[in-house]
Design a binder for this molecule. Structure first.
Ligand code: NAD
Length: 428
């Protein structure tokens, strides 16, 4: 998405091919799973605030729904491509499977830049997206959610349009809604907390106390901020974060060796997760180039921004001290970089395991909506902890027993569950 030459779908397919080899899948099983079962491309005409009409391109891709309705976010991004959506939908299938929740994988997107759209234009895009896809989504078909640059307000506009068209209340249609309007307590925290629950378990295995570790994080959005919050509660110290600067069209890293202050940085961050660099300087942060986050002398690295961030050309910058790489973002590491990293001693917690907390909590949100009974935050976070811990331990036990890397182990477990569901249904 951020480099013309990089195609995330290519990465996702190569990762799948490797898992298919390990599982010795037959040709039909490979053909079914290396492509989405369904995809929709459509135009969304929007009357802009100045009276002109602009056409936005929208997508919804359902990679696989053998284990349950498709599930996955909707991304608003100016560089969105159908291949990005395909890759993300495939990763969702593996994510719901590795977390062992009864859902499949889907993803959606609109090519647009909310930085340059008014609130009302964004609302029209949300409603227009639903109007184009209404027949092919729903609580028992495909359940959308927020992703990069979409938020609970967008989800509520989409729900409202869906319910208006269907003529009934169907809060289970979409997740990531505001609390009090069908949203689940704990959903905002879920992905970032989930990342750190897996880190906590990895540290336990390595007999390292979190309070003796430091971390560097790429991004300062939803995932990054809540990962930092839980990591701080665990006693760890984050010394570097990074974010995209819309004005300069580049990213910057923000370092404070004594440890960043989450609250003070949050106060100088815009709603897209962009940190104000001059205010950060005033607060004593060093403002460094965008990729400086990767070369910090830390124990834990958490990419939590976008795909294609850890590549063959920058892996050598990773400090020898790094013990854990927890992929908060989807697809942050290219296959070439992964091969280099696997030769070292870094324990990789792969994306679709590390960041599964969001979809686990989305599943809880749907269950609560369908029951019309909402749980307390502690109950949600307790259930999240149980799911994430058992998913992590299943993968790490499998990796140890079968002497394979964490990514391979996660793939083998999740692809195997999906292929088994396809076989049981008689599809292959
Ligand atoms: P977000 O929009 O809230 O935050 C993204 C952050 O990344 C922002 O701080 C932005 O400034 C920063 N960023 C963007 N481009 C950058 C670049 N080139 N260099 C450095 N920083 C950059 O998004 P989010 O919800 O936190 O999602 C982050 C990643 O996690 C994405 O890959 C997303 O698909 C994945 N993810 C999100 C969730 C969720 O529940 N939000 C769940 C699973 C996976």
């Amino acid at each position: 998405m951020n480099e013309k030459t990089y195609n995330p779908f290519d990465t996702a397919q190569k990762q799948f091919d490797h898992a298919a080899d390990l599982l010795e899948l037959n040709q039909a099983e490979r053909d079914l799973l290396r492509n989405p079962v369904r995809e929709y491309h459509f135009s969304i005409p929007i009357r802009m605030d100045d009276g002109s009409v602009k056409i936005f391109r929208g997508f919804r891709v359902q990679h696989n729904d053998a284990r349950g309705p498709a599930k996955g976010g909707i991304r608003f991004h100016p560089m969105e491509t159908i291949d990005t959506v395909r890759a993300l939908s495939m990763w969702m299938t593996w994510k719901t499977s590795v977390a062992d929740i009864p859902l499949g994988g889907g993803k959606g997107g609109v090519i647009c830049d909310p930085h340059h759209l008014s609130k009302s234009e964004q609302e029209h895009i949300c409603r227009g997206w639903v109007r184009q896809i209404v027949k092919n989504v729903g609580p028992n078909i495909d359940i959308p959610a927020p992703d990069v640059m979409t938020n609970p307000q967008h989800m509520l506009w989409m729900l409202d349009e869906y319910e208006l068209i269907c003529g009934e209340k169907l809060p289970g249609f979409i997740t990531g809604k505001p609390v009090g309007m069908g949203g689940s307590r704990g959903r905002t925290e879920a992905t970032g907390y989930g990342v750190m629950i897996t880190v906590r378990e990895a540290l336990k295995e390595q007999k390292i106390k979190p309070e003796n570790t430091v971390a560097s994080i790429q991004g300062f959005g939803n995932v990054a901020k809540y990962a930092i919050e839980l990591y701080h509660k665990m006693g760890g110290r984050v010394i570097c974060v990074s974010s995209w600067d819309e004005e300069d069209k580049t990213s910057y890293s923000f370092r404070k060796k004594d440890g960043i202050d989450l609250d003070e940085l949050t106060k100088i961050t815009d709603s897209f997760g962009g940190i104000d660099k001059s205010k950060a300087r005033d607060l004593g942060y060093e403002v460094l180039p965008g990729d400086a986050w990767i070369e910090q002398d830390v124990d834990i690295l958490v990419p939590a921004a976008l795909e294609n961030q850890i590549r063959a050309d920058n892996t050598e910058k990773i400090s020898k001290r790094v013990k854990i790489l927890a992929e908060g973002a989807n697809g942050p590491t290219t296959r070439e970089a992964d091969e280099i990293i696997q030769k070292g001693n870094i324990h990789v917690i792969p994306d679709f395991l590390a960041n599964a907390g969001g979809v686990v909590c989305s599943y809880f949100e749907q269950v609560q909506c369908n029951m019309n009974y909402f749980w307390e935050k502690d109950e949600v976070l307790g259930k999240l902890d149980m799911k994430m811990t058992s998913a992590y331990l299943a993968v790490s036990d499998f990796a140890r027993t079968n002497k394979m890397g964490m990514r391979d182990a996660a793939y083998v477990i999740s692809v195997n569950r999906v292929v088994q569901a396809c076989r049981d249904r008689g599809w292959v």
